[in-house]
Ligand binder design. Sequence first.
Ligand code: UT7
Length: 436
Amino acid sequence: MNGRDGGFRGATGTAAVLTGLGAWLPPRRVTNDDLCARLDTSDEWIRERIGIAERRLAAPDVSTGDMAVEAAARAMASAGVDAVDALLVATSSPDHPCPATAPWVAHRLGLPQVAAFDIAAGCSGFVHACAVAAGLIASGAARRVLVVGAETMSAMVDPDDRATAPIFGDGAGAAVFEADSPHAEGALGPVVWGSDGSLADAIVVPAGGARGRHERAGAPQGDFFVHMRGNEVFRHAVRRMTHAAREAAARAGWRIDEVDRLIAHQANLRINLAVADALGIPADQVPSNIRDVGNTAAASVPLLLADACDKGELKPGHKVLLVSFGSGLAWAATTLVWPAGLAPDCENPAPPLFQGPPMTFEQVKEILTTKGGLPAAPIAPDASLASANIDSMALVVLSMQVEEGTGVEVSEDVLAQAATVAELAELVGRYAEPRA
Ligand code: UT7
């Protein structure tokens, strides 16, 4: 049940306490000017109407699951834990319609047989998943839960649609919650959440699901992209987020003027300023990273938490109000007092994922030439993978050799993101370094 004096409590009287945060963004930056080359839009319009200057887009062979692994490993490192009881992946861009992405993420993290499932609540998914984690912990079903918000929105956005392409970005954020007292700093407070399925078509990917399956073969390509009635969604977002945030603060026993920070889903800067204004929270207490990463849907709240904590905008003891909103329509809000000692693990410098000895450029080159059969001459630090003849088969050979030598599993999909051979060597070395 929701306790008024803090903490989502159930049979055990325990709360879900935030102990770790991780974030990962794909390296490819796409500026508004980059988009203007293709779309009838402008840098000025996107900045003024949405608040975005650039977004990160995943390489074509990098999936939601891949990014979830990166963020989750960082969150676990941040919490100093190497095992969890449950793993939730909030996403609206899963790797496949079936199965869920979470079990594969758990497998890649070396968490065999852990309970793992996806939460589909659109852009509100991460806060929904936090609420589910709180419930699992309160009920005694789990004592430590890893919650990931991860999205490859670029896989669902029509690059020629100016109504959606400027908005969305890719990335992943993650948090670890552990059972503790409802009065501990970092304890999730009461949850206020809801949905309105009468507006299911306000943000929708029409094809690819069970509805309309008989026309699947003939469905226009555009039906596999996200369609959004932006202006209508905007109005509902302001109303629903304002109400949910106000109610969550009240149920936590907080007056609005006691709230130190409003952490809101990063859909549109104007939405969040309107919500803050309606609540009476000063704009300088509303951290935002939409300018740099765009709307990353279910990843936006954990990415913002990690970013704001990293920059010192979230300080120990701050009363923090979380609120999110998105397709469904669905919304959720909750509270927590920011805990001391939380050190988010963000993308740079990327922490090692797996244990093993360090690898050098020379070692990587030797594997590629001796085991991969590649000519040595083109394998120079500045060479692109293509010009060094490093194709997907060579990356498989490389990843298998690393695995054999170190016991470390390295995905060739992740390695393929390297722009140069030097970057490839750095990536392999990072994966194979001992865990800090
Ligand atoms: O994260 C999940 C939840 N999602 C949201 O909460 C998104 C909510 N919606 C929004 O953020 C905004 O509605 C948008 C950013 C999607 C659109 O902004 P808007 O201020 O609501 O614009 P609008 O749709 O009312 O369109 C205003 C004008 C129109 O032109 P006319 O009819 O006034 O001549 C549009 O055609 O802006 C035009 N327009 C654009 N112009 C340049 C629409 N998109 C663009 C564009 N560049 N990219």
